[in-house]
Design a protein around this ligand. Structure first.
Ligand code: CO
Length: 134
């Protein structure tokens, strides 16, 4: 049976990365590891690792992405939580079998080779959930 092993990251959508860092980095004191452009997702991301997991601050870089629309509609805030799973294909099959609504029926592959899929918030108490298999 597929198994969830850990929380990989929590993603927060922001309208101004530099401004958001004055809270997460400067006020809370979490170390900024890296900032990166993610053209495939039309966003810029700040990675702040924390005890084996990560806070990710995500700022849309164009107006036409799903993320930009989310930000325009709801304002900055919690965007998704990402859970690490040992068998993403098995987990998606299990979720489908249990009637869970998925955004990605099949895993997608990121630039770094990670496989991921999103679960629809309608099935997860209003929280967008991402699954990762490293
Ligand atoms: Co994510």
């Amino acid at each position: 049976m597929p198994k969830i092993n850990s929380i990989n990251h929590v993603a927060i959508v922001v309208d101004d990365l530099q401004k958001s860092l004055t809270f997460w980095r400067d006020a809370l004191g979490i170390t900024l590891h890296e900032m990166r452009d993610v053209p495939a997702e039309k966003s810029q991301v700040a990675f702040l690792p924390l005890a084996g997991a990560e806070i990710e601050l995500v700022q849309p870089t164009s107006d036409d992405s799903g993320l930009a629309k989310y930000l325009a509609k709801r304002g900055p805030g919690m965007h998704h939580v990402c859970l690490e799973v040992d068998d993403i294909d098995g987990m998606l099959a299990q979720l489908k079998q249990k009637g869970v609504r998925l955004i990605n029926e099949e895993p997608r592959t990121a630039a770094d080779g990670k496989r991921y899929a999103f679960i629809h918030p309608e099935s997860s108490n209003g929280v967008l959930v991402e699954l990762y298999q490293l």
